[in-house]
Ligand binder design. Structure first.
Ligand SMILES: *[C@@H]1O[C@H](CO)[C@@H](O)[C@H](O)[C@H]1NC(C)=O
Ligand SMILES: [Zn+2]
Length: 669
């Protein structure tokens, strides 16, 4: 809003007030009744009874600093009944609940000053604009948190007046408290999260709002579209959003890959709000995390499946049916809109590794995607995620599922084709165990041995399990992350119940919050550094090898790399085509919480072919033979189904008002 506009608005406001002040004058001098008017019966018409002060008999306005009001009130409600059945009063009655106590009673009292305005000497006194503006400034975010518009009748310009017009402060009785808060200069705020389910549009909206609120450290972006055209939206947190920073590791969480496994989706929506809010509130741990890490949250990888699952749960009216639907293994929505199970749809590189594992010099990293993969059906969600994880130098990841309570780690595909339950470790078994334990150990139930949960299958494994030992499947996302990129991904099964009741969401958050944070902090374990040539130029794509682990990581654009490692002695080698190898011996102390810094300078050599096992760059770069991303991008003329008709969760509080519902509380999405 620019100044000019505001001024015009103020002028017209003054005009309105002038007109208003004429009204009592008319009442003071009732129009004389001329004789002929009396004959025509006109004199009886303007017998508008002069309004007088009357007691406030409204339960939610009984703590105002005055006791008398007048009808019609400032909203032109003619009497108490009209007030009590109006949406404005209903809003005041539920505000405390909706805003979880934030900004009330202040907001309620501000509303009462309009609904039950102060009356003195049979005149309405208007509340001060400054009180309104102050409160709006402090409380706007509480409305934003629940996606509610600022109520029209709390429009500071419209219903409130300035000091010069003799306003009064409706929050006078709270004044002492306010001054106390001002003295403290940092009012005690806390992170407010609404623990409910979010539809696709609600999720998109809340993530965008969160990124706006924390625009210095956050942004949202889309990595592509679902089969039905919904954006796969990611929220990012970093002290430099939108950019990879040299040596700053990148971590991601992926939720809701199986559309009917929904807790992870909500946890990531809560996590985003938590990170934003705690950063702003000065939480040192969160600030340190965000200042040193780039975090990406894809709350829903399968929004189409979610919609289907949510509609089935919603359609079962009877409590029992809903319970049944939740526990039913066959609940729809696991797969995407084309009925493809996304966690079976990634290129199966694990088979390739098994076939070639005895070949000399063969390594289990950066395995190219075989051409045959592209002849099969590739879901747009799978495609978008592949493109995403190839475009960012991710170091660490977790995929959030439901249906059991355990953390599983690669390989997910059994090394024996006929054995469906077979321990199939990666060369990084130790690292993966460390990672899986870091999550499970922070969960109050997961590592519990006595706890009877989901059949107690993992009671003796401390809540972690090798994926293939649990049950084998090919084409999973975690194996792909490990074998095609530098990223280490685990799978977290968040609980037996794939679609828990809404009342369990808060517990779900409490149980997983610490684990989610701790796991992200694990990205700082091990070593990191930069590989340069003698002139100081970064070498991209150099390999970092660890003796005894047949799995290299490669350097990113700026020559930077990260290698998560267990504590102990390690021999690290950096190599790149056209350069001599450099070897370093390091000792990682067990309590080291920050990545040790290990840089390399490689000197160029006259190339001797065959000495260097190079990544088959050609194949690696032929990732996108059909240019599918563009194809899906263009198919965007299939309009995404924006559920603009959908109402926010708090709408049910006003449902009984029928035609009188407060549509003015809805925000344009
Ligand atoms: C994080 O970075 C911000 C911006 O540079 C700085 O103000 C803040 O003090 C830092 N916090 C911590 C804990 O490092
Ligand atoms: Zn799953």
């Amino acid at each position: 809003m620019n100044i000019g506009y505001k001024r015009t608005k103020m002028n017209s406001l003054v005009l309105v007030i002038l007109l208003f002040s004429l009204v009592p004058i008319v009442w003071c001098y009732p129009a004389r009744c001329e004789e002929e008017d009396a004959l025509l019966g006109r004199c009886n018409v303007p017998v508008a009874v002069k309004p007088i002060c009357t007691d406030i008999v409204l339960g939610y306005c009984d703590d105002m600093p005055y006791t008398k009001t007048m009808y019609p009130n400032l909203l032109d409600n003619k009497n108490r009944e009209a007030v009590e059945t109006g949406p404005e009063y209903v809003l005041l009655s539920v505000l405390h609940t909706l805003l979880k106590g934030e900004c009330t009673p202040d907001l309620r009292m501000l509303g009462c000053s309009i609904i039950a305005p102060r009356c003195e000497m049979n005149k309405i006194l208007k509340p001060c604009r400054s009180s309104c503006e102050m409160l709006k400034k402090n409380c706007m975010h509480a409305f934003e948190n629940i996606e509610m518009a600022w109520p029209y009748f709390l429009d500071c310009d419209r219903f409130f007046v300035g000091e010069e017009e003799g306003c009064y402060d409706p929050l006078e009785s709270l004044r002492g408290r306010h001054e106390f808060m001002v003295d403290n200069s940092a009012p005690e705020l806390s992170t407010i999260i609404q623990f409910t389910y979010h539809s696709h549009s609600q999720m998109t909206n809340i993530l965008k709002k969160t990124a706006e609120k924390c625009s210095d450290i956050s942004r949202t972006y889309s990595i592509g579209r679902s089969f039905e055209g919904k954006d796969l939206i990611v929220i990012e947190f970093s002290n430099n959003p939108g950019q990879h920073e040299l040596l700053e590791p990148e971590v991601k969480y992926v939720g809701n890959m199986h559309g009917n496994e929904v807790l992870g989706r909500e946890l990531l929506i809560y996590l985003a709000q938590y990170l934003c809010s705690e950063y702003l509130l000065g939480n040192q741990r969160i600030q340190t995390l965000i200042n040193t890490t780039r975090i990406h949250l894809l709350a829903s990888m399968n929004p189409d499946g979610y919609d289907l699952a949510a509609s089935e749960i919603g359609a079962s009216d009877e409590q029992e049916d809903a319970e049944a639907a939740r526990y039913n293994e066959r609940t729809s929505g696991r797969a995407n809109g084309q009925n493809i199970d996304l966690n079976r749809n990634f290129p199966d590189l694990t088979s390739i590794v098994y076939q070639r594992r005895r070949n000399k010099g063969f390594r289990t990293d950066h395995i190219p995607i075989p051409d045959s993969y592209w002849f099969g059906k590739v879901a747009p969600e799978t495609y978008a995620v592949m493109k995403w994880i190839r475009s960012i130098p991710f170091v660490l990841s977790a995929s959030l599922h439901g249906g059991d309570l355990v953390v599983s780690y690669p390989y997910d595909f059994s090394r024996h084709p006929e054995k469906e339950k077979m321990f199939s470790p990666t060369p990084d078994e130790q690292v993966f165990k460390l990672l899986a334990k870091s999550y499970a150990d922070q969960h109050p139930v997961m590592p519990d041995q006595s706890h009877d949960r989901c059949g107690g299958e993992f009671a003796n494994t401390n809540g972690i399990v090798n994926g293939a030992l649990w049950y084998s499947f090919a084409g999973g996302m975690s194996d792909f992350n490990y074998l095609h990129t530098n990223c280490f991904e685990i799978t977290v099964e968040l609980g037996c119940d794939k679609f828990p009741g809404e009342s369990e969401l808060y517990t779900g958050w409490q149980e997983n919050k610490e684990a989610l944070l701790t796991y992200m902090e694990m990205v700082h374990r091990g070593i990191k550094g930069i590989v340069r040539d003698e002139s100081g130029k970064a070498i991209k794509g150099a390999r970092i090898s660890v003796r005894g682990i047949r799995h290299d990581v490669t350097t990113a654009e700026g020559g930077d790399y990260w290698r998560i490692l267990p504590s102990g002695l390690h021999i690290i080698t950096a190599s790149a085509e056209g350069y001599s190898k450099v070897m370093k011996k390091i000792n990682l102390p067990s309590r080291l919480m920050k990545a040790g810094s290990v840089d390399f300078v490689l000197s160029s050599v006259v190339e001797e072919p065959d000495l260097f096992v190079s990544i088959p760059q050609d194949t690696y770069d032929r990732f996108d033979p059909y240019n599918k991303f563009d194809e899906y991008g263009r198919s965007g003329n299939r309009e995404p189904e924006e559920e603009t008709q959908e109402k926010p969760w708090w709408w049910s509080y006003f449902a009984f008002l029928g035609n009188n519902q407060p549509t003015w509380l809805l925000r344009r999405y």
